[in-house]
Design a protein around this ligand. Sequence first.
Ligand code: GDP
Ligand code: IMO
Ligand code: MG
Length: 409
Amino acid sequence: MNVVLIGAQWGDEGKGKMVDYLAADAQIIVRFSGGANAGHTIVRNGEQFALHLIPSGVLYPDKTVVLGSGMVIDPEALFAELSMLESRGIDWKGRVLISDRAHVVLPRYRDVDKEMEASRKMPIGTTGRGIGVAYAMKASRDGVRLADINDPARLANLEPADMDFLSEWAERLSPLAVDLTNYLDHHRNAYILFEGAQGALLDLDAGTYPFVSSGMSSAAGAAAQGGIGPRAIDKVLGVFKAYSTRVGNGPFPTEFDENSQSALCQFVRDTGREYGVTTGRPRRCGYLDLVALRYACLANSIDSLILTHLDVYDTLDSFEACVAYKVNGTLVEHFPASVSDLDGAQPVLRSFRGWKRSLAGVRRYDELPIEATDYISFIEEFTGTAIDIVSVGYDRQETIVRKSPWIRY
Ligand code: GDP
Ligand code: IMO
Ligand code: MG
C-alpha cells in the first residue's frame, strides 16, 4: 500500500512528526523531493531529532528509508546527518538507501545560490543550500546523478574541483545506491510511506511562484520522483497547522500585522516554536488560510487531512480563519496565481471560539472540547476533506487518530 504525505501549506506543518508516527505501521519510507533545505523535527519520548535529508522513519530500527529520485543530495550534509544519528545510537547501516537517479549538490551550488539571491531585486529568501541551483542544473541536463559519479564519460564537463569533490565522496555514496523503481516493485506488497518536503504552496508549479522552492513538493512528486507511477498511489495525506506560517519571502494574505497583532504573532511563534529548523529564522505567522488550504486539497487530490498544532490555540478566547479574499474591492474565493493579487489580498475572516483548556493529554476525538470540534468540522466542510488525524503536541504520543490511513476504504 502506498500512502503519500505532503505539507499542505508553506512547509513546516509537522510532516516529520507525522511521518515518524505513521511509519510505525510501514516497512519502507521514501522521501521524494527537496534536499537539505528541509528541516523535519521528531520528538520521541522527549528526545528531539532534526532531520534534513534522511526520511523521518529512520528512528525505528527495522525500517528501510530511501532518498528518492527527486531529491538533491549534498553529501557533506548527508554524512553529517548520518554521523549525528550514529552518535545518538541509531544504527542506520544497511537500511538507508539512495535512488541512483537522485542528483548531487556540489559545493559551488551553495555559493551560486547565495550570489543569485544577493543579485535579486526581490530575493526569495532561500535557505542558501544550493537547492535551486541543483534543480536548475538538473533541468538544463548538466547535473550529476548518483548513477553517474563513477562514470568518467558523464563527468567530462565538470571542473577539476567538482571532480575532486565527487571522487572524495563516491566511495561512501555508491554502496547506498539503489534502482528505486525496481526496488519498490520487489516490495510491492509492503506498506510504503512517501514523505514530502516543503509544502503544496512551495511547489515549483502549484506554489506562489517565484516565491517557491525548486522541487516537486506536491503529491504528484511521489509518482514522478518516488519511483512509482500515479495509479500506484493509494492515498494522499495533507498535513496542515491550525494556523499558517511561512519562512522566507513571498505573499502571505493572513500574516499577522506587525503593529496591531504583534503580541498575537509572538505568542503563536513562541508557543508553536516557530523558528526554522534549517536556518533558525523566526517564521512569519498568521491565521489559517482556508482558501489556500482548499486549493492545496484540490491540486493534490488530498484524501485526508492531518491537523497539527491545535494545542497552540489552547489559551485563546477566540481566533479567526480566512474564508475568502478581497482583491481590489472584489470578493475572490479561489487562490490566485498572481503574486500581486495575493500581496494585495485582504483576508475575509470568520471568527471561532477558543476552548480555554489544555489539549495536551487528549488522545480521543470525543474528548476534544466542542469549540475544537466546531473548528475541525468547519474546516472539513470548507475544504470538502476529512480531518482524520489531529496532533495536540510535538511528541509522538500527542496524537489523536480518527481513521488510520493504512486501512483501505
Ligand atoms: P516539518 O518541516 O513539516 O517536518 O515541520 P518542522 O519540524 O519544521 O516544524 C514543526 C514544528 O512543530 C516542530 O518543532 C515540531 O516538533 C512541532 N510540532 C509538530 N506537531 C506539533 C503539534 O501538534 N503541536 C505543537 N505544539 N508542535 C508540533
Ligand atoms: P520543510 O520540508 C519551509 C522556503 C525557503 C524559501 C523558499 C526557497 O522543513 O517543510 P530554497 O532554499 O528551497 O531554494 O528556498 O522555500 N523553504 C522552506 N520553508 N519549510 C521548508 O521545508 C522549506 N524548504 C524551503 O525559506 O522561502
Ligand atoms: Mg521544516
